[in-house]
Design a protein around this ligand. Sequence first.
Ligand code: AKG
Ligand code: FE2
Length: 343
Amino acid sequence: MPSLSEAFRGHPVHLEHKHPDFKSLETLPDSYAWSQSQFQPCSNKCSVPVIDMKHPKAPSLVGHACKTWGVFQVVNHDIPITLFADMQRVTLALFSLPLLQKLKAARSPHAVSGFGSPRISSFFPKLMWSDDIVVDYQAAMEKLAGKLMCLVLASLGISKGDIKWAGPRGEFDGACAALHLNSYPCCPDPDRALGLAAHTDSTLLTILHQNNVNGLEVLKEGEGWVAVPPLPGGLVVNVGDLLHILSNGLYPSVLHRARVNRTQHRLSVAYLYGPPTNVIISPHGKLVGPTRPALYRSVSWNEYLGTKAEHFNKALSSVRLNGLFDANEDQKNDDFHSFKWFS
Ligand SMILES: O=C(O)CCC(=O)C(=O)O
Ligand SMILES: [Fe+2]
């Protein structure tokens, strides 16, 4: 089985390395100024659900949040708050290194890890106001991801025994993961810049910790962009493309992005969680029937990463059965407001 690093190595993306010293920039260079259609005001009519992991109805609360939002925040998850503070310190220390030192660990187009532009950069016409590093995943997140998988599967009526790669003890020991450390420096013109452009994650689940600076936004059908403010000790959990496929389209893979800030340096740590890279993921048999045919073909994470590296936001529709996929559509379209992820 290829490791996650090997899977990424097999699917390179074109990355143009630009590493400005963000601190020294007093005005926004044109290459970082995004089109104004990106910046409609956020909806404040609703907010992403917050779920207590110990709530007796946690599985159904998780199920409802996955179905209606594709994202939720969790609290009461047993991860000590000091661990987040330690992680922030390490992240800040890494990003505070001199640029020349960080460049020694520059990300190659083939790699899952390294300093530099996000992998999604090659699909957008403008640059993103962020630094980015990927390192090994972290034990507490792995444990939490296993618990979240149990809740998510229970909400779909699937048991751990129904998932072969969950292993004999149902602890998802074979899961693959990576940790993304994201740094969004203060920006002189935050209304025209983006920290991370709109995308869905290729994962089953992503677990995100944000420092206490706003920036994350998710796209909610019928509402538009909704801000996800950081909660002390809270973690954002979002449905990724593979869970969307596994759920046969029931749980939307949420489109999300990160805004930047004039005065506050934002940091986030994303734990990208998925199955063993060569395990075949398909709409689960319990969610397929005469009235609801399988919407997606089977695909391994390894293969899907290749599809994503080629088609980016059209990757899901490219593995859709009876699909609406149009390979000729412009991949560099920077206006994602028409992005449709529901089946
Ligand atoms: O920084 C954030 O809030 C989002 C990060 C993210 O979406 C990612 O790393 O995939
Ligand atoms: Fe993401």
